[in-house]
Design a protein around this ligand. Structure first.
Ligand code: CA2
Length: 144
């Protein structure tokens, strides 16, 4: 069983600024947590990050036939990208949305999530732990 973990724009800067919102751990720590979790659960994984909407759309399209499910934090594209929503709908792989911060308690413009419309579950406000929860949820979903 293979999982694709996608991170959107600026998440490569984790740990550099805004620790109150996104924590003190850096992007390498996020990748390590995801890889460790998947190894423990017997899952194959690829972790992908891009600052470019079209590259994320391409990656989602290319997931078909290679991955069984997707964990995605579209970052700012969460609130703007119909293209990412359409790509998730097009491949129709089970997808789980993750946000490090609790977007429900932030600005009005963060209250919209297009990606969520194609996701089976959302985790927010749990920090990097949200990725672990998302992987466990996806494994459980794929196993049943
Ligand atoms: O809480 C999340 O995970 C977000 O997806 C993070 C996005 C934000 O636009 C979403 O509304 C919620 C922003 C990621 C930017 O990450 C940074 C990390 C360190 C320093 C600056 C930005």
């Amino acid at each position: 069983m293979n999982v694709l973990v996608i991170n959107g724009p600026n998440l490569n800067l984790l740990g550099i600024r805004e620790p109150d919102l996104y924590g003190k751990q850096d992007y390498a720590a996020l990748v390590a947590l995801v890889e460790e979790t998947c190894a423990q659960e017997g899952l194959g994984v690829e972790v992908y990050q891009s600052n470019h909407e079209g590259d994320i759309v391409d990656k989602i399209q290319a997931a078909l036939g290679k991955f069984d499910g997707i964990v995605i934090n579209p970052a700012a594209y969460t609130h703007t990208s119909v293209a990412i929503l359409d790509a998730l709908k097009a491949v129709a792989l089970p997808a789980v949305e993750v946000h490090i911060s609790d977007v429900s308690k932030r600005e009005e413009f963060r209250q919209v999530s297009y990606a969520r419309l194609a996701c089976i579950k959302t985790y927010m406000g749990l920090g990097l732990e949200g990725y672990r929860q998302a992987i466990l949820y996806l494994k459980d979903y794929l196993t049943k």
